[in-house]
Design a binder for this molecule. Structure first.
Ligand code: DX5
Ligand code: ZN
Length: 288
């Protein structure tokens, strides 16, 4: 992870974030009670999920299935020239940039931290920064990634545990989009209670940690389950799939109901971004 001093004024951001979480935890309890009472998944009053104030269009979902988004994962880009790697994205209407943050503890790999995200933000102010935290204790770092320019922050329920609900609310209160992720062996039931406070559900379609793996087809059953739950609960979250998405698996993921496809190797692979993107889009033309 990058150094923390840069954005952590007086070095107290962990305390500040923890205080937010403690307060959010208290209100979360009463919110849950209200939701159960009213039978509504959205709750009511001041404890209801806050509308997101920034980049809300980025998460609008096309109900006709024509709005499937590709989110290129920077992990597969050429790190010796990130500026060149991200330059073609806008022109290809690839408006999202998926940022995989790995700490070497939650996953057996290390990528980059908030300081790098901030520098990449400086290269392009227009892309939608979609941060995927594969780190233990995400509550210690969420604030820094938001300050570094992330517009959505997704953390793993396996790492956040009881902090998940408060963290989702915290992210929304900061005007960003809240995301929660599950590993291939984690059930949807583990995050069900959090769905009303979630803008983006990330279903890992490989074991997190490395790019270039093969998709695990059974994980798409969770996408179907999340589509069903969204309908049943009257929610609006987007469903994102991550890992092994290529021209063969992308149509399967979209057919299952995925709204956002994270694509590392199949966009940045070999530096052939234009050609790769064309092939990926072509594979989707029959399903979207
Ligand atoms: C894996 C990461 C993915 C990965 C995707 O832990 O979360 O975003 O980089 O890479 P590909 O598309 O190559 O599987
Ligand atoms: Zn990812």
């Amino acid at each position: 992870m990058g150094g923390r001093q840069g954005s952590c004024r007086q070095g107290n951001c962990i305390d500040a974030c923890n205080r937010e979480i403690v307060v959010a935890r208290r209100t979360a309890k009463s919110a849950r009670k209200k939701v159960v009472k009213s039978g509504s998944s959205r709750g009511s009053g001041s404890t209801a999920p806050q509308p997101v104030s920034s980049s809300s269009d980025a998460l609008k979902r096309s109900r006709r299935g024509t709005g499937v988004r590709i989110a290129p994962s920077l992990l597969a880009a050429n790190f010796t020239n990130l500026s060149e790697a991200i330059k073609p994205l806008r022109a290809l209407s690839l408006n999202w940039l998926h940022l995989d943050i790995m700490d070497g503890v939650f996953v057996p790999n290390i990528s980059f931290g908030p300081d790098v995200v901030r520098q990449i933000r400086g290269l392009d102010e227009t892309l939608y920064f979609d941060a995927h935290l594969m780190i233990t204790e995400p509550r210690r770092y969420v604030k820094e990634f938001l300050e570094a320019g992330a517009q959505s922050v997704t953390f793993h329920v396996e790492a956040a545990g009881d902090d998940s609900g408060p963290l989702l609310r915290y992210i929304r209160r900061q005007g960003a989009h809240s995301g929660i992720s599950i590993k291939p062996r984690t059930k949807v039931s583990e995050i069900r209670d959090h769905l009303p406070f979630t803008d983006l559900v990330l279903v890992m379609t490989v074991e997190p940690g490395f790019g270039g793996q093969k998709m695990i087809p059974a994980t798409l059953n969770k996408v179907r389950e999340l589509v069903h739950l969204r309908e049943e609960l009257g929610l609006e979250y987007l469903i994102q799939v991550d890992g092994g998405i290529d021209p063969t698996t992308a149509p399967l993921a979209v057919a299952a109901g995925a709204d956002v496809l994270v694509a590392g190797t199949s966009v940045f692979g070999g530096g052939r971004i234009r050609q790769n993107t064309r092939e990926l889009r072509k594979s989707l033309s029959k399903v979207s």
